[in-house]
Design a protein around this ligand. Structure first.
Ligand code: PLP
Ligand code: SF4
Length: 337
């Protein structure tokens, strides 16, 4: 039995109510924007590059009056974003060359990414996808038949990953139709969903979603994206409970971010909190050199030091793999010692 959700707000309404103005966000949190590094000017400039988008359930997890709140810093535009830093480029992963069809990225042998939606429910300032031309590269412009044909020509692919943007920004009717088509290919074993949506709008895990999830023959894996233990609130815990009851395997990936989670104690607390809720830590990504986000970068020496402390603090199964994505490698690469 899947516990029923209360569903007072449909997630799409939550999305419509998300804040798009950084000044209103400061106001709601009782923060004087002049206290921020770039001041009001900085907020406005950052906004021009990548607009603010933050749903209310995520704002509710932030501390009032704290301009250094680790959740706030992930979403608030700052003037620092406008500094061009050498080596920080707009397509650090050079994904465009692994993009045989619109909406499909095939870089690793056994799995393909499908970008089911270019949109997200939250705009994270550090995101390496902020410069990716999603509008021209969405799945709908490809057509699902072309995707199925491609997969049949590549029989080593046994797993499809819904990615984005955020795949759960797509309505369930569309997702369910796509999953049905994918299920018809015997080569596919798993469906993986890379999403941050349940973290920022936990009501996304509703009955409509759970209906198709419980019906599919594919093994469902959800890789959440949580960077800080404060992101695990009561509503998310309930949503995770619904996912577990539906048999979904839960993993988490984080990005190592300066000023947010660059301490072993925070990462250890995150792993413990995830495990308590049945989520296994999977990846800890070193930061990609994306234009406009240099202020989140942590150098390799410091990353290794934090990781060594984390290894010393946790049982092995709670330590995420510290990895980096290089443009031409066949898998994510563990950061060497
Ligand atoms: C990260 C990624 C995957 C998934 O890799 P795993 O190591 O299986 O999690 C697949 N394709 C692309 C292009 C990726 O960037
Ligand atoms: S793709 Fe993920 S990390 Fe990037 S903005 Fe969307 S939710 Fe945030």
């Amino acid at each position: 039995m899947i516990p029923k959700t209360s569903e007072t707000h449909h997630w799409s309404d939550e999305l419509k109510r998300a804040l798009v103005d950084p000044l209103s966000l400061c106001q709601q949190l009782n923060i004087n924007p002049q206290q921020l590094p770039g001041g009001i000017e900085g907020l406005k400039k950052g906004q021009q590059l990548f607009k603010t988008l933050v749903p209310q359930p995520f704002i509710k997890l932030m501390q009032q009056g704290n301009p250094r709140d680790p959740l706030l810093l992930q979403v608030l535009p700052l003037g620092a974003e406008n500094q061009a830093v050498t080596g920080f480029v707009t397509d650090p992963l050079q994904e465009s060359k692994y993009n045989p069809l619109p909406g499909l990225i095939h870089k690793y042998t056994s799995r393909v990414l499908l970008t089911t939606s270019g949109a997200c429910a939250v705009n994270c300032r550090y995101c390496f996808r902020r410069h990716f031309p999603y509008a021209q590269n969405s799945l709908s412009s490809s057509g699902s038949q072309a995707i199925l044909d491609y997969l049949q020509k590549h029989p080593k692919v046994n797993e499809v990953i819904f990615s984005g943007g955020d795949p759960l920004a797509t309505p369930d009717t569309r997702l369910a139709t796509l999953v049905k088509q994918l299920e018809s290919l015997p080569q596919l074993k798993r469906l993986r969903i890379h999403t941050r949506l349940p973290v920022v709008i936990p009501s996304r895990i509703n009955t409509e979603f759970l209906n198709w999830v419980t019906k599919t023959r594919l093994t469902l894996v959800m890789v959440l994206h949580i960077n800080h233990p404060q992101e695990i609130g009561a509503e998310l815990i309930q949503a995770l409970g619904r996912l577990k009851s539906a048999g979904v395997r839960l993993l988490n990936q984080s990005v190592l971010l300066a000023g947010i989670n660059d301490q072993a104690s925070i990462l250890a607390e995150l792993s413990e909190a995830l495990f308590t809720q049945g989520v296994m830590p999977y990846y800890l990504h070193t930061f990609d050199p994306v234009a406009g986000a240099a202020h989140f970068a942590i150098d390799d020496k410091q990353a290794r030091q934090i990781y060594a402390e984390l290894l010393a603090e946790l049982p092995g199964f709670l330590v995420p793999k510290l990895v980096r994505e290089y443009p031409n490698q066949p898998a994510k690469t563990p950061l060497g010692w």
